[in-house]
Design a protein around this ligand. Structure first.
Ligand code: SF4
Ligand code: SF4
Length: 188
């Protein structure tokens, strides 16, 4: 008979890390019905909860290597509909960290991660979002459609929707300190 490998108690581990008890879910499917991205996810949110409940390493790896955790917008529609108030957005946040730490990121999520990174780098270096820099950095990271939106640039400049130079906050050190104590610390 095939042996199924069991791990540390994954539901308890998740509860300790996030405060979410995955056993509260009774698979009613309301979260999936209300999730605007469910159709594009490898597994919709209710499936993710079921995989987490089994406590099997194989199921946990399916979750960590799925695109679902990266597609989630943290919009909170699911928790708003859940009769048991299972905090799926908090779980998704933690699962994204786990996925990176365990090097199980879905190849389908690379563009999403590139966008997150470009966005964060922009805020880290200027203290504000610098749109032109964000787009250029994202395109360079993904090496996709490098010149695709160039024809929009003159119109956006004319309407003041885009500026060539970034606005920089006065005390950039404070911004760096925030990053050093949060995101950068987690990724070390
Ligand atoms: S809505 Fe709540 S109880 Fe229902 S499947 Fe989703 S997480 Fe589980
Ligand atoms: S928070 Fe994520 S899983 Fe929940 S409804 Fe929004 S996109 Fe879907």
């Amino acid at each position: 008979m095939t042996q199924i490998k069991e791990t540390v108690d994954i539901p308890s581990f998740l509860q300790k890390k996030t405060g979410v008890d995955v056993y509260q879910c009774y698979q009613c499917g309301k979260c999936t019905a209300g999730c605007v991205l469910a159709e594009d996810m490898d597994y919709p949110p209710s499936y993710i909860l079921r995989f987490l409940q089994t406590g099997l390493e194989t199921d946990y790896k399916k979750v960590l290597s799925s695109n679902t955790i990266w597609m989630c917008l943290n919009c909170e529609n699911c928790i708003g509909r859940c009769p048991k108030e299972v905090d799926i957005p908090v779980l998704m946040d933690f699962l994204r960290q786990e996925s990176r730490e365990k090097k199980l990121v879905s190849p389908k999520a690379r563009q999403i991660i590139a966008f997150h990174q470009s966005f964060l780098d922009s805020v880290k270096h200027t203290g504000r979002l610098y749109e032109a820099g964000l787009v250029a950095d994202y395109k360079l990271r993904t090496k996709r459609h490098l010149w695709q939106d160039m024809k929009l640039v003159p119109k956006m400049l004319k309407r003041g929707k885009l500026s060539f130079l970034p606005e920089v906050v006065k005390d950039r050190k404070k911004i760096s300190d925030i990053f050093n104590h949060t995101i950068d610390k987690k990724l070390k």
